[in-house]
Design a protein around this ligand. Structure first.
Ligand code: ZN
Length: 131
C-alpha cells in the first residue's frame, strides 16, 4: 500500500481548491496500476468532493449557495463560532474513494477532485492511501 500526506494551504475562509493533479501525481508515484485511491481529511471544518472543473463559476456558485443555505451567523449552540463550517463539512464529507484503472485516475470528462475549505485560512492535512 502507498501512503502519503499532503499539506493543503488555504488562503480564504471558504475556498475550493482543485487537487486533481496532486492526486494524479501520487497515483503515478504509487506505481499501482489497478486499485483504489482513498482520500481523507482529519478535520471537522473542511472536506473533499468531486465536481465540474471546466467552468470555474461552478465553484463560486457552490460556495455562494452554501453561504445562503448555511449562514456564518445563526442561531447556533456551538460556542466556537464556526458552526456553519462544521455543517458544510458534514454535507461535503471528509473522504473520497477513487478508482485507479490502468494507472490512471478514473474521472468523468468534466470532473475534478476538490478540497473544500470552510473555516480557513489554515494548513490542512490531506491523507492519501492507494492500494
Ligand atoms: Zn467548531
Amino acid at each position: 500500500m502507498y501512503k502519503a500526506e499532503e499539506i493543503i494551504k488555504t488562503s480564504k475562509r471558504e475556498e475550493i481548491i482543485d487537487i486533481t493533479e496532486l492526486i494524479k501525481k501520487h497515483i503515478k508515484l504509487s506505481n499501482i496500476k489497478d486499485g483504489i485511491c482513498a482520500l481523507f481529511v482529519p478535520h471537522t471544518t473542511c472536506g473533499v468532493t468531486i465536481n465540474e472543473n471546466a467552468d470555474p463559476s461552478v465553484k463560486s456558485d457552490f460556495l455562494n449557495q452554501m453561504k445562503k443555505l448555511i449562514p456564518q451567523q445563526g442561531n447556533y449552540l456551538h460556542s466556537e463560532g464556526n458552526s456553519d463550517a462544521h455543517i458544510k463539512s458534514i454535507l461535503v464529507g471528509p473522504s473520497l474513494t477513487l478508482l485507479v484503472w490502468d494507472g490512471q485516475l478514473v474521472l468523468g470528462t468534466w470532473q475534478g477532485v476538490y478540497f473544500c475549505e470552510f473555516d480557513g485560512p489554515r494548513n490542512r492535512k490531506l491523507l492519501i492511501s492507494i492500494l
